[in-house]
Write a protein that binds this ligand. Structure first.
Ligand SMILES: [Mn+2]
Length: 439
C-alpha cells in the first residue's frame, strides 16, 4: 500500500475515537521531534481531541506510563524500540523515518522507510507526521511550515529538499504559507565582525579574540559594516575570502548564502529550527512546543535559549580547535564534558576544524557515572564511500551491552562506563569493513 493511503487509515483510526478523547503523543528530543509533536498536537486540537505530549530520548522506556485504553502516536521515535511498542496494550500509530528493526504488530506503521522512501534525505519525522495530519484534514497544510522546520533540523535541506519533503514544501509555497528568500548564513543585521565571530554554521576557526576583525581588515572591508551595507563588489570579495578561508580549514561542504524558506506564521524557518534545537538541547522541550503554537512568550524564551546554547557551542569549539585529536584507522575522537553538545561539536569539527582529519568520521565521548554518551558525524562524501555510522553504532554498542543507531551520516549510542575503548575499536572495525566493501 502507498504511504499516503496508509496515512488515511491512521487518520480514520483517530477519527473513530469520540471527540474530547485524550491521545498520547510521544516524540523525539530534537528539533524534528518537537516539530513533529507540535504538528500532531495542533492537528488533534483542531479535530477536537485532547492530547498529552511526552518528549523522550531514543532508548528503553519510551512507552512508560501509557495506559491500555489510549491511542499512542509515536512521532520521530520508536522504530528501534518496536518490541516495546508491540508490548503495549493500546493501539499505536508510528510516524517515523529512522532505521527500522523488526515489524510493528499492534498498530499502523507510517515509517517512511517501509514505503521505499529515503528516510535520511526525503522525509523526516515531521513530514511523516504531516502526512497523517493532512490525511486528517487537508486544511492542515499550514503546518507544512513546521514540517519543513523538522526537515531542516535533521539537515535534510542539504543539497536541496527532495522526495516527500519537496512535495510538502511545494504544496505550502503554492498555498502561500511558505516563501523562499535568498540570505547569507551569517547574521545580516549585525556588524560583520560580530556576525562572523558568532557564526556557527559555517564555523570560522581563529575568528575569536579579534580574529574576525583582522580577517576583514586584511581583505579591506570595514568590520563595523553590516552585510546589507556592502556594495556588490565588496560582498563578492567578502564571500570569496570567506570561502577561501573555509577551504583552508579543510571544509568541503559549506554554504555562505542560501535560499531560505520563510513561513507566513513563523518567519525564517532556519531560525525556528535552530530555536527548537536549542530548546531540546537545553531540556526545555515544552517551550519549543509552545513556540510552535505561536505563543509569544515561549518564542521569546526560545530565543534566549538559542543564544545561550550558541554561546556554549562557540566556547566548546574554541577549546576543540586547540585540541590534539585522537585517531583510529577510520575515526577521530574527542572527549567532552557536555554530553548534550557531543553531536553538534562532532559535526562542526568534522566539517570545519583544521585539526580533524577529513577522511575519518568524528566521534565524541561524554562519560557519566552511569552511562557514556557517544555521538558520531560524517560527511556526504564519506557516506558515498560507504560510511555507515548507524550500523557502526548499532553493532558496536550492542557488542558492549549498550544501544545505538541513527543515520549513516549522524548516529549515536549509549554504552556502560568503562567500555569506551572496546566500543571505539569495534566501531572502527565495523566502519572499516563497510568502507572497504564499497571500494
Ligand atoms: Mn528526525
Amino acid at each position: 500500500m502507498e504511504f499516503e493511503q496508509v496515512a488515511g487509515h491512521a487518520a480514520e483510526l483517530i477519527h473513530s475515537l469520540p471527540k474530547g478523547e485524550r491521545i498520547r503523543i510521544i516524540s523525539h528530543c530534537d528539533a524534528d521531534g518537537i516539530a513533529s509533536a507540535a504538528i500532531m498536537a495542533i492537528s488533534l486540537a483542531r479535530a477536537g481531541y485532547r492530547f498529552h505530549v511526552s518528549i523522550k530520548k531514543t532508548g528503553p522506556g519510551i512507552t512508560d506510563g501509557i495506559g491500555e485504553n489510549e491511542l499512542a502516536i509515536f512521532c520521530d521515535i520508536g522504530s528501534t524500540n518496536l518490541e516495546e511498542l508491540n508490548n503495549l496494550k493500546c493501539r499505536v500509530i508510528l510516524c517515523d523515518h529512522h532505521m527500522i528493526k523488526g515489524e510493528l504488530t499492534n498498530g499502523i506503521n507510517l515509517n517512511a522507510r517501509i514505503y521505499n522512501m529515503d528516510g535520511s534525505r526525503e522525509v523526516c519525522g515531521a513530514t511523516a507526521t504531516l502526512a497523517l495530519s493532512l490525511a486528517m484534514d487537508e486544511k492542515n497544510i499550514d503546518l507544512a511550515q513546521l514540517a519543513i522546520v523538522g526537515a531542516i533540523g535533521d539537515k535534510q535541506d542539504k543539497g536541496g529538499f527532495t522526495g516527500y519533503n519537496k512535495k510538502v514544501l511545494e504544496m505550502a509555497i503554492e498555498k502561500g504559507f511558505i516563501e523562499m528568500k535568498e540570505e547569507t548564513t551569517f547574521s545580516p543585521d549585525k556588524s560583520l565582525m560580530d556576525s562572523l565571530e558568532e557564526c556557527i554554521e559555517p564555523y570560522f576557526s581563529n575568528f575569536s579574540g579579534g580574529g574576525a576583525v583582522r580577517f576583514l581588515q586584511e581583505i579591506g572591508i570595514d568590520p563595523l559594516k553590516k552585510f546589507t551595507d556592502l556594495e556588490e563588489a565588496e560582498a563578492k570579495k567578502l564571500l570569496s575570502g570567506l570561502a577561501l578561508k573555509l577551504v583552508e580549514q579543510g571544509a568541503e561542504e559549506f554554504a555562505l548564502t542560501r535560499i531560505a524558506p520563510y513561513g507566513q506564521n513563523y518567519g525564517n524557518l532556519y531560525d525556528i529550527s535552530s530555536k527548537l534545537n536549542a530548546c531540546a538541547r537545553e531540556g526545555e522541550e515544552g517551550v519549543g512546543i509552545a513556540a510552535c503554537f505561536n505563543d509569544k512568550d515561549a518564542m521569546k524564551k526560545a530565543e534566549e535559549l538559542q543564544s545561550r546554547y550558541r554561546e556554549k557551542i562557540r566556547h566548546e569549539m574554541r577549546e576543540l580547535e586547540k585540541e590534539k585529536v585522537e585517531e583510529l584507522s577510520h575515526i577521530s575522537y574527542f572527549h567532552t564534558k557536555k554530553s548534550s553538545l557531543g553531536g553538534v561539536l562532532a559535526g562542526l569539527a568534522m566539517l570545519y576544524l583544521p585539526n580533524f582529519n577529513k577522511e575519518k568520521a568524528v566521534v565524541s565521548i561524554s562519560g557519566g557515572d552511569k552511562k557514556v554518551d557517544i555521538s558520531g558525524r560524517g560527511t556526504e562524501r564519506l557516506v558515498s564511500k560507504g560510511l555507515d555510522l548507524a550500523e557502526g553504532m548499532y553493532v558496536a554498542a550492542s557488542a558492549v551491552g549498550g544501544g545505538g543507531g541513527g543515520h549513516p551520516i549522524a548516529a549515536g549510542a549509549t554504552i556502560p562506563p568503562g567500555k569506551e575503548k572496546e566500543f571505539l575499536e569495534k566501531l572502527d572495525a565495523v566502519l572499516a569493513e563497510k568502507m572497504r566493501g564499497e571500494k
